[in-house]
Design a protein around this ligand. Sequence first.
Ligand code: BJW
Ligand code: ZN
Length: 240
Amino acid sequence: MFELTKEQIKKFEKIVFVTGAGISQESGVPTFRGNNGLWRNYDSMKLATIDAFYGNPKLVWEWYNERRQNIFQAKPNEGHLAIAELENYADVAILTQNIDGLHQKSGSKKVLELHGSIIKIKCTVCDFKNEILEEISEIPPKCNCGNILRPDVVWFGEALDQEVWQNAVILAGECDLMIIVGTSLVVSPANTLPIYAKQNSAYLIEINPENTEMSPRMDLTIKNTSAISLPQLVSIYKKL
Ligand code: BJW
Ligand code: ZN
C-alpha cells in the first residue's frame, strides 16, 4: 500500500501530520461533512459560527455538551495509536483541526490544536478562560463578570490563535514528510499547510477513503481509512 522504498522512508526525518475529523471517525466521533454532518437535523457547518452562537447560545451549547459527552467516552483508535507509536522512530508533530483531544489521549506529545479544544471555555467579553471541570448545569453558562461563556474553539470568520498558527506554519515548512489524514481540506487556513510543506519539497501523503480537492497534488494517496492505513505505515518503520 505504501509504495515507498525503505531508503525513501529512512530519509524522512521530520514528519508532520495534518489531521481532521476523519481520523476520529473510527472512534465514534462524527465528521462535519457528508452523512455524519447533521445534528438534530442542523447542519454542523451552520452551527460552527459566531452568528449561530449569538442567535441561539443555548442550542450551540447543547451541541457542544452532547459532543463533549461522546468524546469523553471515545477511545483513541488504531490510527491515533499508530501516530503516537511513530514518535519512537521519527520526529513527529501533529497539526490537528480536531478539538477532541484523542491524539493527546493516545500519548502523542507534540500536538497543536488549530481549532481549540472541547474541554476549554472562555468569556465572550472579559479575558476569563478555564477548562470544563464538571457537568454544565446552566446553559448558557455565565462568567463572574455577568456575560455568557462560550466554548474556546475557532468558529468560521474567527482568527486562529496566532501563536499556534505561526508554529504550525513553521513545522509545516520544515518537514520532509507531511501526512494528511481524514480531512476534506476545505477549511482555510488549515488547508494551506500542505502548500507550506510543498515549498520545502516535502513528500505529501493523503490518507482518506474519499478524494479531496487536493488529492491530485499529493505524491501518494491512500484511499483507505486511517485506522487501517496508519498501523501499516508504522509497521514499515518497525522493520527498518
Ligand atoms: C476519513 C475517515 C476515516 C471519514 N479515515 N478519513 C467565504 C465566506 C466566509 C468565510 C470564508 C469564505 N471562504 C473562506 C473562508 C474562511 C473560512 C473557510 O475556510 N470556509 C470554508 C468552509 C469555505 N475559514 C475560517 O473562517 C477560519 N478563520 C479564518 O479564515 O480567519 C480569518 C481571520 C483573520 C483575522 C481576523 C479574523 C478572521 C476559521 C475556520 C474554523 C473552522 N472551525 C470548525 C469548528 C471547530 C470547532 C468544532 O469542532 O466544533 O472546525 S468547522 C469544522 O471544519 C471544524 C473542523 O476542524 C473543520 C475541518 O473539517 P474536517 O476535519 O476536514 O472534517 P470534514 O468532515 O470536512 O472531513 C472529514 C474527512 O474525513 C472527509 O474527507 C472524509 O472522507 C474523511 N474520512 N472517515 C480517514 N475513517
Ligand atoms: Zn467574563
